[in-house]
Design a protein around this ligand. Structure first.
Ligand code: URP
Ligand code: ZN
Ligand code: ZN
Length: 487
């Protein structure tokens, strides 16, 4: 048996459009894409008739086994990337989050150790949680030697990982010199902190206090601040988990002014509203405690419009699983409920069912917002997010008629509830191929612990600032940009 796979008879969908093409995989990469391809001797032939053939999904925002709020996220790199594969996602960009005063390089190596068990490919953004000359040196080293082209300042989580404006400005300046991108958690952490005390002191101690302490204005202010700082410094920025009209307006205004601002939306913010916090069952409401919180329906509708109009370019999950007993750390005090929700397995189906089947997105737009745009923004296109000769063979045979009811009873995520419980979705991954290996078919996972590879993401050098001066730090790095070469 050769290690070739011919995917025959499907409709290939890329961000560019739909084509009646076959896809030939040889080893870990795509050998050919075109009409009526011949199967090499011994090749496995997959009949994709009636299905779409799409690039594997890329989730630009996950937190596998994250130590956070006194506990550790229950999903590890093996279970998490496996669950992702079951849903048609073949790459995650996770976050290294150093504690304040911890070296970024040490934290990066710690996370690299944990991620050795990943089943599918992955990469890392690195958070900037404090500032010193050594942090700047670590950012330079991470970008030049370790393939990190994105850094994340958190504007929230006071007394933990929140950074002040000084750190924000310094990290933006350094990212600019490197040709890297800053990804921002935009919420005004000082304001959240004050509102949390006020709400708790009024006697509101349950999960319903969580969204009250993080209203849309809190996100809008921080989004505006980050964008304006970036404008002054002439540096691109990327807002993670944009959840409300206030932040979307800031993004839209900046983009219409020609500023290079990118923004991500989470699948769950598109389809779940804030009524979940009014559930009288404490556990049921606490399951939805994440930041930014779920919003009212008008925000959801605006987010869909943002995605349709291209103001929001990527979709993610912020997959950060805490099981019910972990959530119960905040039984007496909503401020202690670990923030985070899961969903890495369900993003693609949610986007297809609620996006493509309703006519909000075309199949090509679906591919753009679930993989290609992320690959382009984070400089790994077309190795990832594309179906071209030489690209990694991360491919999904997507059955637009396959229906499943999302449930904790059947999901593959390591968490004891599912935020989409009972939701029926049509449009699911029939077969998932990760770097040439079939890892999901016939509703069965075949992932291999440790087969996932770390993906280097070089900075976008050469990089020119807004005055047209070349940045000296953005000279060639040890990490080369990988351009697909057909074998
Ligand atoms: O509630 C969330 N989102 N938890 C994970 C950490 C973050 O803010 O991204
Ligand atoms: Zn965040
Ligand atoms: Zn996150």
């Amino acid at each position: 048996m050769s290690d070739s796979i011919l995917i025959r008879g499907g409709t290939v969908v890329t961000a560019e459009g739909e084509f009646r093409h076959d896809v030939l995989v040889n080893g870990e990469t795509i050998a050919q894409v075109g009409p009526d391809l011949e199967a090499p001797a011994g090749a496995r032939v997959i009949d994709a008739g009636g299905s779409y053939v799409i690039p594997g999904g890329i989730d630009p925002h996950t937190h596998m086994e994250l130590p956070f709020m006194g506990t550790v996220a229950s999903e590890d790199f093996f279970t998490g990337t496996s669950a992702a594969a079951a849903g048609g996602t073949t790459m995650c960009i996770d976050f290294v989050i150093p504690s304040p005063q911890e070296s970024l390089i040490d934290a990066f190596h710690k996370w690299r150790g944990w991620s050795e068990k990943a089943a599918c490919d992955y990469s890392f953004h690195v958070a900037v949680t404090w500032w010193a000359d050594s942090v700047r040196e670590d950012m330079i080293k991470l970008s030049k030697e370790h393939g990190v082209n994105s850094f994340k300042p958190f504007m929230a989580y006071k007394n933990a990982i929140m950074c002040d404006d000084e750190t924000l400005v310094n990290s933006f300046k350094t990212a600019k010199e490197l040709g890297a991108l800053c990804t921002i958690h935009a919420e005004n952490g000082e304001l959240v902190y004050v509102l949390q005390q006020d709400i708790f002191n009024k006697g509101i101690t349950g999960p319903e206090g969580h969204p009250l302490s993080r209203p849309p204005e809190v996100e809008g202010e921080a989004a505006n601040r980050a964008i304006r700082i970036a404008e002054v410094l002439g540096v691109p920025v990327y807002l993670v988990h944009t959840s409300c009209i206030d932040a979307l307006e800031a993004v839209t205004r900046a983009r219409l002014e020609g500023q290079r601002v990118f923004a991500e939306v989470l699948a769950q913010h598109l389809v779940i509203d804030d009524s979940v916090y009014r559930n009288p069952d404490w556990n049921a409401a606490a399951h939805y405690v994440m930041s930014p919180p779920f919003r009212s329906k008008e925000h959801q509708e605006a987010l869909w419009r943002g995605l349709q109009s291209g103001m929001l370019q990527t979709t993610a999950t912020d997959h950060c699983c805490f099981c019910t007993p972990q959530k119960q750390a905040g039984l007496e005090d909503f401020r202690l409920i670990p923030n985070g929700t899961g969903g890495v397995e369900d993003r693609m189906s949610i986007l297809w069912h609620h996006g493509v089947r309703t006519g909000k997105l075309t199949p090509a737009e679906f591919v753009a917002v679930t993989s290609s745009n992320t690959a382009k923004i984070f400089n790994i296109f077309p190795k990832k997010g594309a179906l071209v000769a030489g690209a990694d063979a991360d491919i999904v045979v997507w059955d637009p008629n396959k229906t499943r009811t999302i449930s904790v009873k059947t999901h593959h995520q390591n968490i004891d509830f599912n935020i989409y419980e009972g939701m029926e979705v049509t449009g699911n991954a029939a077969i998932t191929i990760s770097r040439g290996l079939v890892v999901w078919e016939n509703d069965e996972l075949k992932t291999v612990r440790g087969r996932g590879q770390y993906v280097n993401r070089p900075c976008s050098a050469p990089y020119w600032d807004s005055q047209g001066k070349r940045n000296t730090l953005a000279e060639p790095t040890k990490v080369e940009r990988e351009l697909p070469t057909p074998k």
